[in-house]
Design a protein around this ligand. Structure first.
Ligand code: GLY
Length: 318
């Protein structure tokens, strides 16, 4: 197949309060930019959007400072349960796993399910799938996440959500962020795909289901693709990712679609962020919280949103 389109890429490592200290910000910037560089090179070499999305999610899941894969937050009972999904816009096909434990890269299970008649599996079924795929058992726990949970247990689980960024200097903050990772890609063939992965909110009830393995948090068509991060319940209530995508499908520009959706979210006092691409190559991000940890490649260069702090904002590059 002949390449015709300039590929585009945007990724995120969560959303929430501003990063404390320049050290934290620069470390997150370096990590996000390195991942953008690697995944964009893959797109330039002709990889399709779904392959690029899976690779980007693996790299973000493997980075312990983000709340997905290694470095996932602990639930109320001290266990890690992760959720991930992928949607191929060209195929119009969603697949995912909910509350899976002891795997390194939940996105690999979601990818496998793209070609299965049963495309969303939860806990026991997802564990069985990992066994069938002969994925080795893996402990995603990090010392910082354990410390965070112990501290929270001493405080009787007062926080509504764990910190998105696992940095020692941030453990003391009461509201460090909203953790999830996500990747949205437009490939050289003009096809879109999106993937999202998370350890959840942290400290949640056993059995709570994250938006990250629902279309509400991860959705793509041939027109647009969106990955969300933030409080899952808010994302579900706004049905955020499909809302943005459907607005684009119905003729709004990506920028207008994001603006309208985030204005509604602001009025409804929601707490989240989202990244998006459309089929024309427009790149966009939006947030109702302080900051969204996103980085992108616009075809010429890498940019990021790390210093765009301060309440509801939408940004885009056409
Ligand atoms: N957005 C991640 C979660 O709420 O689980």
């Amino acid at each position: 197949m002949k390449s015709q389109v300039q590929p585009k890429l945007i990724i995120h490592g969560g959303a929430g309060s501003s990063l404390h200290g320049k050290g934290g910000l620069e470390a997150v910037r370096q990590t996000l930019h390195a991942i953008v560089e690697e995944v964009y090179a893959l797109l330039l070499s002709g990889a399709n959007a779904s392959v690029a999305v899976v690779r980007g999610c693996q790299l973000l899941e493997d980075e312990p400072r983000f709340n997905a894969g290694t470095g996932s937050v602990l639930q109320s009972d001290g266990q890690i349960r992760m959720s991930a999904s992928i949607m191929d816009g060209a195929l119009g096909r969603f697949s995912g796993v909910i509350n899976v434990s002891r795997v390194k890269n939940p996105i690999e299970l979601a990818q496998f399910l793209q070609n299965s008649p049963d495309r969303v599996l939860s806990d026991y079924g997802a564990a069985e799938l990992a066994r069938e795929m002969q994925i080795p058992s893996y402990n995603a726990l990090t010392d910082l996440r354990l410390q965070e949970w112990i501290q929270e247990r001493q405080d009787n689980f007062k926080r509504t959500m764990a910190g998105v960024i696992a940095e020692p200097e941030l453990l003391e903050t009461s509201n460090a962020g909203r953790g999830t990772i996500g990747v949205v890609a437009l490939d050289t063939y003009g096809k879109l795909a999106v993937g999202t992965s998370t350890g959840g909110k942290g400290f949640e009830r056993i059995g709570r289901v994250s938006d990250s393995a629902m279309p509400a948090g991860n959705y793509a068509t041939n027109y647009a693709a969106v990955s969300c991060t933030g409080i899952g319940e808010d994302i579900i209530d706004e049905c955020l990712a499909p809302k943005i995508v459907i607005r684009v499908t119905d003729g709004l520009s990506l920028q207008e679609s994001m603006q309208r959706s985030f204005a509604e979210a602001h009025d409804n006092k929601r707490d989240f962020g989202a990244i998006a691409l459309d089929a024309t190559g427009a790149i966009a991000w939006g947030k109702t919280c302080d900051v969204i940890l996103a980085a992108f490649h616009d075809g010429d260069k890498i940019g990021d949103t790390l210093e765009l702090a301060g309440g509801t904002q939408v940004g885009s590059i056409s």
